[in-house]
Ligand binder design. Structure first.
Ligand code: HEC
Ligand code: HEC
Length: 354
């Protein structure tokens, strides 16, 4: 693995400042140079999205997917849509440690955000799903989540005149199939893109887009705190799996692939818009980004199982604040106009329940 620790540059200002102001600057983190910033960081590129069949979906497919994503018809008792748990106003999560399924039981993992999944390669905390298309049908039929058998889903959608029109617009004819449902929802999800944060404006050359604290945090992210060992690439994930010592009770990736060395390992989550989707980690056990940084600073919670990259970081209080400030520069409010379902058949008559 290549060495990712930035070189320390003791420029003239740093040598003379301590003499003139009497401030002790030895050990203080220096901001990265422009070349280093360009070496470590970038903005996600739409050309790198691997669409199925290499074709970017038509706008009508994305609109249909959005309609489905927000539609409570997709849960058996018509109380939940995907957006109930993946609420765009809560960073595509819902602020709960564990979301509740349509029947009221708590799930066993925290609801992840859905930003920039277009560039991801596996889905769920343990990566058990390999495409957004396949993933989309899972929560619909899962008993603990939306609890709707997929044949009932098809019946319901076929009974809605508005869907006949939307499927026709999207696919050329009004036939409703599971493949089309998955394709439409996945296409909507791939359209959830965050690429114009203050941090991206800084990358493009606007020196004032982020604060001095965020710049120091950026240097810590690649240097002393070494977050970039896993949160690497334009979306701050290298799509690998690690046990970082969060819990002892969830097998994670190990249970999916039957490999003991991956017990308790989870997918490295992307960090764009991470401010909005608290609480954090697969078990939602950390409430704020500051708690997350303190978690890493102490070398994880269950040190005996954590990856060797997780060890006490010896960050000072100022450095903890700087790192949090950097994470705070990765955010861009993402607003979604919700489809209006007030006139859908489902709310006028509830014969769908049977
Ligand atoms: C009751 C809450 C709930 C509902 C409803 C729900 N989800 Fe989720 N979603 C979750 C949880 C919890 C996870 C993580 C589960 C895991 O990793 O084992 C998840 C994971 C995901 C992921 C994987 C994200 C990643 O980073 O890998 C996607 C994509 C997703 N959901 C999309 C959807 C779609 C589309 C719908 C509607 C068809 C939906 N979800 C409905 C709670 C929910
Ligand atoms: C060894 C790889 C690794 C390193 C190093 C690492 N992370 Fe993580 N990070 C992960 C994994 C894996 C998870 C999910 C773990 C879980 O839920 O059990 C995670 C989760 C997170 C989350 C929560 C995301 C969410 O959606 O809940 C944040 C924020 C985060 N890391 C920031 C950082 C910061 C800041 C650093 C540096 C101090 C860092 N990470 C270092 C692998 C790593």
């Amino acid at each position: 693995m290549k060495d990712r620790h930035p070189r320390r540059r003791w420029n003239l200002a740093l040598i003379f400042l301590p003499l003139t102001c009497g401030v002790r600057l030895f050990g203080e983190v220096e901001a990265l140079s422009r070349e280093e910033v360009r070496e470590y960081f970038s903005t996600p590129d739409p050309f790198d999205i691997e669409y199925p069949e290499d074709v970017e979906p038509d706008g009508a497919v994305v609109s249909l997917g959005k309609e489905l994503f927000f539609d409570k018809l997709l849960s058996y008792n018509e109380t939940q849509s995907c957006a109930t748990c993946h609420n765009p106003d809560h960073g595509f999560s819902d602020g709960l440690r564990f979301s509740l399924g349509a029947n009221g039981e708590a799930l066993s993992r925290n609801t992840p955000h859905l930003y920039n999944l277009a560039w991801n390669v596996t889905y769920f905390w343990d990566g058990r799903s390999e495409s957004l298309e396949a993933q989309a049908l899972e929560p619909i039929r899962a008993e603990g989540e939306m609890n709707l058998p997929l044949d009932t889903l098809l019946e319901r959608l076929r009974g809605e005149t508005r869907y006949a029109a939307l499927f026709k617009e999207a696919f050329g004819d009004s036939s409703v199939t599971l493949d089309r449902v998955g394709e439409a929802i996945a296409s909507f999800e791939r359209s959830i893109v965050v690429d114009d944060t203050p941090f991206d404006r800084y990358l493009r050359g606007d020196e004032n887009a982020i604060s001095a604290a965020s710049k120091r945090g950026m240097a810590l992210f690649v240097g002393k705190a070494a977050c970039i060992k896993c949160h690497d690439g334009p979306n701050f994930t290298d799509n690998s799996y690690h046990n970082i010592g969060v819990t002892l009770t969830d097998g994670g990736r190990g249970s999916v692939v039957g490999d003991d060395t991956l017990t308790g390992a989870f997918k490295v989550p992307g960090l764009r818009n991470i401010l909005y989707s608290s609480p954090y980690m697969h078990d939602g056990s950390l409430g704020t980004l500051e708690e997350v940084v303190r978690f890493y600073n102490q070398g994880g919670r269950h040190k005996e199982v954590a990856n060797e990259l997780i060890h006490p970081l010896k960050l000072t209080e100022d450095e903890i604040r700087d790192l949090v400030s950097f994470l705070g520069s990765l955010n861009q409010p993402y607003l979604v106009d919700r489809p209006d379902h007030r006139h859908s058949n489902s709310l006028v008559n509830s014969t769908h329940l049977k």
